[in-house]
Write a protein that binds this ligand. Structure first.
Ligand code: NAG
Ligand code: NAG
Ligand code: NAG
Ligand code: NAG
Ligand code: NAG
Length: 485
């Protein structure tokens, strides 16, 4: 894991993709608001390789079932298409499903994505080398879901049930792709904050960081402007030993800084994380945070960008501590920890290094970050040195159609205006049954969270619309099943 960590921070060209994605999907965060979470855990024997016949082994795929509100034959199944992390964490953080289960009389199923959590195709060896990692792909994961659903539907009680795929983030991409590839298995998909277009040639690589910047510019006076000038100030101070010591003290770092670059990468990730979790109420998704955390952060950055470097960076340190020390329990800040090397992140690195190639770039003009181009070759070289494999830049487009998705049906693409990932999302309805839902005040998949008294009206409306559409899909499915059986 140390090698990985060095890699993510040291290599500037791909640091964007790696650092960011790790946070988007970070897992094992303590204490989500799991109010009414009561489920049973099961394991299903999955083929390691669905698409070839040589590797005939199986592994145990974990899935969770909650059937408290499901007491009628043929009632629907809401199926969470697990993304890269421990499925219990997604289960705890997808309050929407728990909130609507009763109204829909639905069974909830949360299926773990292979190579994450407990669902390891080769046990402890799963991550040992490229040979063992070879079966980590979105296609294999979707096939796992399809096979699992086929099994769940063997019973007469579930035989006619409509299955609705639901997911957020990469899980949302999986939900959408699941409906596209397996329309006979799922009646429809709710793809929340799913950046299915964050692939080469589909969107401008700078859009992600521009949205982050917009969030901070709305967060308070001079907020983005001060962050914009902070990078040079860090460079200047970190050019001397005294400066490094001062920075280490001011940021209350656990270990003394040896170069400014580490601090800059860590701060950049911190601002990105804040943009993703800028929720309207106190929450604990990635970190325990106050309501509208960016506003709180920006209160520390209201001074003029002309102030001396130390004054500026003193404010930046206070701002960062909103993210890392809201509880007041942090004894020091660990700049290694925004790029934690846990298994989930390693898996995502591998996926980013194979089929999930998501270009990111900054120009320092339209965004508040230091300019950094997207360099596919450098990215590919790093992937090769790390895993012995090279990414296929166009594969996602070949496999999932890129922008040409109008022939599909029954997918909701919901996105939040504050969420940097909305830049790679589907924001306009491509057809009548591919519905884009826009939540202006929403951060990363706010709609999938539990209902909250501080929810803006836009997300309440979004959830209402989503439930109404899901009900239509369920009806439609029943009509089809009637004809087919
Ligand atoms: C699985 O593969 C092994 C090794 O190739 C072979 O010995 C075994 O018979 C196969 N098992 C099945 C069920 O096909
Ligand atoms: C999810 O919630 C359950 C039940 O409250 C808890 O036992 C579990 O640790 C939580 N999982 C995660 C990853 O937070
Ligand atoms: C319904 O159940 C039968 C056996 O009980 C099974 O053969 C069939 O595949 C099931 N249908 C679906 C849609 O899964
Ligand atoms: C975190 O906040 C507490 C309470 O305000 C404070 O005592 C502590 O020094 C802070 N930790 C850091 C690393 O700044
Ligand atoms: C900082 O985080 C890294 C990576 O998680 C960990 O190995 C290290 O022990 C931490 N340092 C301190 C002082 O907590």
């Amino acid at each position: 894991m140390t090698a990985l960590f060095g890699f993510a921070l040291v290599l500037s060209c791909s640091a964007h993709v790696f650092a960011l994605k790790s946070h988007l999907f970070r897992q094992r965060v303590p204490g989500p608001a799991d109010t009414d979470v009561d489920y049973k855990t099961y394991y299903f024997d999955q083929k390691i390789d669905h698409f070839g016949f040589l590797e005939n082994g199986t592994f145990k795929q974990r899935y969770l079932v909650a059937d408290k509100h499901w007491h009628k034959e043929g009632n629907p199944i809401l199926f969470y298409t697990g993304n890269e992390g421990d499925i219990t964490w997604f289960c705890n953080n997808t309050g929407f499903m728990w909130d609507v289960a009763e109204e829909l009389g639905a069974m909830l199923v949360f299926a773990e994505h292979r190579y994450y959590g407990e669902s390891m195709p080769f046990g402890a060896e799963s991550y040992s080398d490229a040979k063992h990692l070879n079966y980590l792909s979105s296609e294999q994961a979707l096939a796992d879901f399809a096979v699992l659903i086929r099994y769940l539907k063997e019973s007469p009680a579930t035989n006619r049930s409509a299955v609705i795929a639901i997911g957020g983030s990469y899980g949302g991409m999986l939900a959408a792709w699941f409906r596209m590839k397996y329309p006979h298995v799922v009646a429809g998909a709710l793809a929340a904050s799913a950046p299915i277009w964050q692939f080469p040639g589909m969107v401008d690589c700078g859009v992600f960081y521009r949205i982050v910047t917009d969030d901070f510019s709305r967060g308070g006076k001079n907020c983005d402007a001060n962050i914009r000038v902070s990078w040079k100030a860090i460079d200047k101070l970190s050019s001397t030993d005294e400066g490094l010591q001062w920075l280490s003290r001011e940021f209350s770092l656990c270990a003394p800084l040896t170069k400014g670059f580490d601090l800059k990468s860590w701060l950049q990730e911190t601002w990105v994380n804040l943009a993703m979790v800028d929720y309207p109420y106190k929450a604990n998704f990635l970190q325990p945070l106050p309501a509208w955390p960016i506003k709180v952060v920006c209160e520390n950055l209201r001074f003029s960008p002309e102030v001396p470097e130390q004054e500026l960076l003193s404010g930046v340190a206070k701002a960062a501590k909103v993210y890392y020390n809201y509880t007041g329990e942090a004894s020091c800040l660990n700049i290694s920890q925004s790029a934690t090397g846990n298994l989930g992140m390693m898996g995502w690195f591998y996926q980013a290094c194979t089929e999930m190639v998501m270009p990111m770039c900054t120009d320092g003009v339209k965004d508040m970050f230091e300019p950094q181009e997207w360099n596919f070759q450098a990215f590919s070289d790093e992937c090769f040195s790390m895993f012995g494999v090279r990414p296929r830049a166009d594969w996602a487009a070949v496999m999932y159609g890129g922008k040409a998705i109008a022939s599909h049906s029954n997918i909701i693409f919901s996105n939040g205006g504050l969420d940097p990932w909305s830049g790679g999302g589907v924001l306009q309805s491509p057809s009548e049954s591919l519905v884009a839902v826009w939540i202006p005040e929403g951060a990363h998949h706010l709609d999938l969270r539990y209902n909250n008294e501080y929810d803006p009206k836009s997300v309440l409306d979004a959830r209402q619309q989503e439930v109404a559409i899901i009900k239509q899909w369920i009806k439609q499915w029943a009509a089809h099943t009637q004809r087919e059986l």
